[in-house]
Design a protein around this ligand. Structure first.
Ligand code: SF4
Length: 194
């Protein structure tokens, strides 16, 4: 069965590739991620995915990088969780449409391995798109194997990013880190009572 797997980055593709291969699917990777900023970060992740696919003899379809697609999709929905729903919709819709146009039997996504994503939204989006494009959505809860993907990607010395992808997520990551640091410092110093 020919399966088109949306790939958000190289490390997150490891486990879906292993699982789908074990289940008898012939997986082709599909890289469509206009949500990744800046462009240098996008290229870095793409290069990592390319190398993994080459090493494992997996075909990779690289789609266009149009920032505009992403910002149009999320305009007016910049806050989480709505922003991420729009982002999943954009990326998975392109995957489903490509699967349908190129004669794949089904599609899926590497996002299913991440415990940091809105898993139920990804599942619901994939299932709705399967109906729309009449291509099966292969769902697996791969989160229990997230740790394996971390270990394996480190072993392979793959690039691992520190934020989800968009400029919003980079800002959120920096602010969260800063807040955690301040909290730790406050804990060490104790609080003053007047
Ligand atoms: S945080 Fe991640 S999933 Fe959410 S909008 Fe940004 S890139 Fe997309």
């Amino acid at each position: 069965m020919k399966l088109l797997v949306h790939v958000c980055c190289g490390p997150c593709f490891i486990i879906p590739y292993q699982e789908f291969h074990r289940d008898g699917f012939t997986a082709t990777a599909y890289y469509f991620n206009p949500n990744i900023h800046p462009f240098s970060e996008y290229e870095h992740r793409l290069e990592t995915a390319r190398r993994y696919c080459q090493d494992n003899d997996v075909d990779l379809i690289e789609d266009r990088y149009k920032l505009e697609d992403y910002f149009r999709a999320i305009a007016g929905h910049e806050k989480k969780p709505e922003r991420c729903r729009k982002c999943f919709q954009l990326r998975l819709e392109h995957t489903a449409a490509t699967a349908e146009a190129r004669g794949f039997n089904a599609f899926s996504t590497s996002l299913l391995v991440s415990p940091y994503q809105q898993h139920e939204d990804i599942k619901a989006t994939g299932e709705a798109l399967a109906e729309k494009y009449r291509v099966d959505f292969i769902y697996r809860d791969l989160r229990p194997r997230y740790h394996d993907s971390v270990v394996e990607s480190r072993r392979l010395e793959m690039y691992r990013q520190s934020f989800c992808g968009c400029v919003f997520s980079e800002r959120e990551r920096i602010l969260e880190k800063r807040a955690a640091k301040l909290k730790r410092r406050a804990g060490k110093l104790g609080t003053k009572n007047y």
